[in-house]
Design a protein around this ligand. Structure first.
Ligand SMILES: *Cc1c(COP(=O)(O)O)cnc(C)c1O
Length: 384
């Protein structure tokens, strides 16, 4: 037999890992730094590492108490009701739940291009169609309501995804524009603001729109997405969540996987959420690193509010490959539809300096001419 027709589905292309690259090049893993997946260069919070070790003896039980405790801790952090917190197996898992809760077959989601591949992948798993709005490279990936509304179809688009800060460019959208977008789209269209990099940004969370804070009116058509993978350094345990309006928060019980986050993930999250110092240190490192890269890389570097920067290098595949050969693994953004760009994650001070030095040396040696053309004029690469 065969699975159903999966020809519309594509595999996720993750950033490359050190072990994988070292094996391929027959080199020692210790020679490499990986700045390709926006992970935390300081690792997990030490308290979370202890909690993970301590959780080892209790993994024979389903994580009922831990799940409830973490839900409560996250709800308290945002000052919302417990029901509004939809814990999941990574932010990716929360995307699945939102799609399960919202999409009827053939409804569409409207996603940014370039953008995060999993929005579309998950929508397709849930029998949805994927439509795109363009963030223009020539316009520095600027985000506002009009950029989305130009492509919005009120009859079809059930969810609109905003990524703020945006991966891979680092651009953000002001809350006033999110509000205007929510106002001008149908009451039946949910605006999901993906704040996977929210901790790194000088912007308030779109939670203000859900709860009616800071002068905004409360509304039931906005949700936010958050993750423990980036600022909290827990990418390996898979933990994220959505915060949704109270009006339909009870849908979670009907769509979630039983025990959506593991005992280990919940215990790690509980410890991490209390370790503010670790997050502050991480954010400070990222801010210093992105400023440093912007100043010292000999190519155009976009202003970023995330823990990464996008760099215009001309031939991304060639530059990423050569940087990798010299020990620095970065993300070739061809798979994002940006074959002229690489994305470099903010590392420790030492890692970031090495990345800049290596990038500049490679640019000089390859003598590539970064071209400032618009993304739409470049080769069509599958959106993965
Ligand atoms: C990393 C990331 C996520 C979530 O990742 P998880 O590891 O599944 O929590 C969501 N959106 C964007 C844009 C991301 O970069």
């Amino acid at each position: 037999m065969q699975p159903r027709d999966l020809s519309d589905h594509v595999a996720y292309e993750a950033g490359r890992g050190i072990e994988e690259v070292a094996r391929e090049l027959d080199r020692d893993p210790s020679e490499f730094v990986k700045l390709a997946s926006n992970e935390n260069p300081h690792g997990p919070s030490p308290a979370a590492a202890v909690a993970i070790r301590e959780a080892a003896s209790s993994v024979s039980s389903y994580p009922k108490a831990a799940h409830a405790d973490l839900t409560e801790a996250v709800a308290e952090r945002w000052d919302v009701a417990d029901e509004q917190v939809w814990l999941a197996n990574g932010g990716d898992g929360a995307l699945d739940y939102l799609h399960r809760a919202m999409l009827e077959p053939d409804d569409a989601v409207l996603v940014p291009e370039p953008g995060f591949a999993y929005y579309g992948m998950s929508a397709r798993y849930h029998h949805g169609d994927v439509r795109e709005y363009e963030l223009s490279k020539a316009d520095d990936f600027a985000q506002d309501a009009d950029a989305v509304l130009e492509h919005y179809d009120a009859d079809r688009d059930r969810i609109v995804f905003l990524t703020s800060p945006h991966n891979p460019s680092g651009s953000t959208i002001p809350l006033e524009e999110v509000e205007r977008l929510a106002d001008e789209t149908s009451d039946e269209t949910l605006i999901v603001v993906d704040e996977a990099y929210g901790e790194f940004a000088d912007r308030d969370s779109a939670l203000a729109l859900i709860e009616g804070r800071d002068g905004f009116d409360a509304r039931d058509d906005v949700a936010i997405l958050r993750t423990f993978s980036k600022a909290y350094g827990l990418a390996g345990v898979r933990l994220g969540y959505a915060v949704v309006p109270e009006e339909w928060a009870d849908a979670y019980a009907r769509v979630n996987t039983p025990f959506a986050a593991s005992e280990i993930a919940c215990r790690a999250g509980l410890a991490a959420i209390d370790d503010e110092e670790h997050v502050e240190r991480t954010v400070e490192t990222a801010r210093d690193a992105r400023a440093y890269m912007r100043e010292y890389i000999d190519a155009h570097v976009w202003d970023s509010e995330g823990n990464f920067v996008l760099v215009e290098v001309g031939d991304a595949a060639a530059v990423a490959e050569e940087m990798q050969r010299r020990g620095v693994i970065v993300r070739d953004c061809s798979s994002f539809g940006l074959p002229g760009c690489i994305r470099i994650t903010c590392g420790t001070e030492e890692e970031t300096e090495r990345a800049v030095e290596t990038c500049n040396a490679v640019l000089a040696d390859l003598d590539v001419e970064p071209d400032a053309g618009d993304a739409t004029t470049e080769a069509e690469v599958p959106d993965t």
